[in-house]
Ligand binder design. Structure first.
Ligand SMILES: NC(=O)c1ccc[n+]([C@@H]2O[C@H](COP(=O)([O-])OP(=O)(O)OC[C@H]3O[C@@H](n4cnc5c(N)ncnc54)[C@H](OP(=O)(O)O)[C@@H]3O)[C@@H](O)[C@H]2O)c1
Length: 366
């Protein structure tokens, strides 16, 4: 049996990942966070012995010793935000000889993780960053359809959440670039977009319908122009289930861009609380799209419009698919490439979605 320690295990996504892994026979799960009381309560709800709750700080300089003492085989790091974090947690995992998987959505954080590759290879472990909706699922969707294209020219990705508000780390992360410049690859050149601006109305397939979207800074914008060299445009936008909520975020981002506000950070916690209160009156549906445009093998124009639609507030399980699938792969004895890498090309769409198969989450392709 392999031991998986989830850091941030009673957080919004960490809890869902830990609960899924707790029911995996080949894995023993340790529930980690800074608050032992919350870790213990979470372990109980997952049917784990209370000794599986562990109080630890991700930024403890002795983290490697702790991981060794607990005989951890896989560390899953969900204690974001990752924007502005260094790689000390991944380094500690490598030092302790355990595999590392994180849910990072920080563009530079995920794109730069290869800097640890030599260290990880020498230690015989795998370090994976961005094991979540972006870039793991977005890249898996592109890779699935790439063979149909003679020339892939544009990748447009978007996510709209449902009512259930994510944890504070997610909100802090996505607010960190509100109103700030984002380098974006469009028509074969790097141009500027602005976080949560570039307001667009997007029509998802039924039953989701139309949602507001704004530009976000994600690893895909850095990774995909290089990974898919024929591509001339890569965009990523996201939005909220509540139109009003989205327009509030858009307004705050506009104030940052205009220099009236320094940043959106002070609004992360109050708006996160407000969105929790609003959950009962907001749509329980969320979705993701990946639109691919280019030429087919025959030279004719080809467009593929992939959508993932979640109902019954099951959307928050989607970002957890990659970490669950990868931990289960390791638990089953499958070998992953050694070294440090962004989470692209490691999972197929079906592998990513397998842990979510009993939920109200379905693909629609046009
Ligand atoms: N790449 C993607 O597509 C994607 C999608 C969704 C989410 N994410 C990422 O997932 C991450 C988690 O989001 P979330 O919504 O689950 O956040 P959350 O609910 O705030 O959970 C964060 C957890 O980390 C723990 N934590 C914070 N600082 C810690 C530290 N120094 N040491 C140990 N534990 C610590 C927190 O507990 P304590 O404070 O009590 O320790 C909490 O349990 C975010 O950073 C988000 O960006 C990525």
């Amino acid at each position: 049996m392999r031991t998986v320690l989830v850091l941030g295990a009673y957080g919004f996504f960490g809890h869902r990942i830990s609960a899924a892994l707790a029911s995996t026979a080949s894995l023993g799960v340790l529930v980690g966070g800074r608050d032992l009381g919350r870790a213990t309560a979470a372990a109980r709800t997952m049917g784990l012995p209370v000794e599986h709750a562990v109080a630890l700080d991700a930024h403890d300089s002795k983290l490697a010793d702790v991981l060794r003492r607990l005989h951890v085989d896989v560390l899953i790091h969900t204690a974001g935000p990752f924007q502005g974090q260094d790689y000390s947690v991944a380094r500690a995992a490598v030092e302790a000889g355990c595999h590392y998987i994180d849910l990072a959505d920080g563009r530079q954080f995920v794109a730069g993780v290869g800097a640890l590759s030599a260290l990880a290879s020498a230690a015989g472990v795998t370090v994976i960053s961005g094991a979540s909706s972006v870039p793991a699922l977005s890249a898996a969707v592109i890779d699935r359809y790439l063979p149909k294209f003679g020339r892939l020219e544009a990748i447009r990705i978007g996510i709209s959440s449902g009512a259930r508000a994510p944890g504070l780390a997610t909100v802090r992360g996505v607010f960190s670039y509100g109103g700030k410049r984002i380098r974006s690859w469009q028509d074969g050149a790097w141009v500027d977009a602005y976080g949560w601006l570039n307001l667009t109305r997007h029509r998802f397939p039924p039953p989701l319908g139309s949602r507001w979207l704004g530009s976000c800074d994600v690893p895909d914008l850095e990774l995909f122009p290089e990974r898919y060299p024929t591509v001339r445009t890569v965009t990523f936008q996201a939005g909220f289930a509540s139109d009003l909520g989205h327009l509030v975020v858009w307004t705050l981002a506009g104030l940052v861009k205009a220099g009236i506000l320094a940043d959106m950070n002070t609004f992360a916690s109050p708006l996160n609380r407000l969105s929790r209160w609003m959950e009962p009156i907001v749509s329980d549906k969320g979705g993701m799209f990946v639109k691919l445009e280019g030429e087919g093998k025959d030279g004719a124009p080809l467009r593929i419009d992939w959508n993932l639609i979640a109902e019954k507030n099951h959307g928050p399980h989607i970002p957890c698919g990659a970490a669950i699938a990868l931990a289960r792969k390791i638990g089953s004895g499958a070998s992953l490439p050694r070294g440090a890498m962004p989470c692209v090309g490691l999972l197929t769409v079906d592998e990513f979605l397998e842990p979510l198969r009993d939920l109200s989450i379905s693909e629609k392709v046009a």
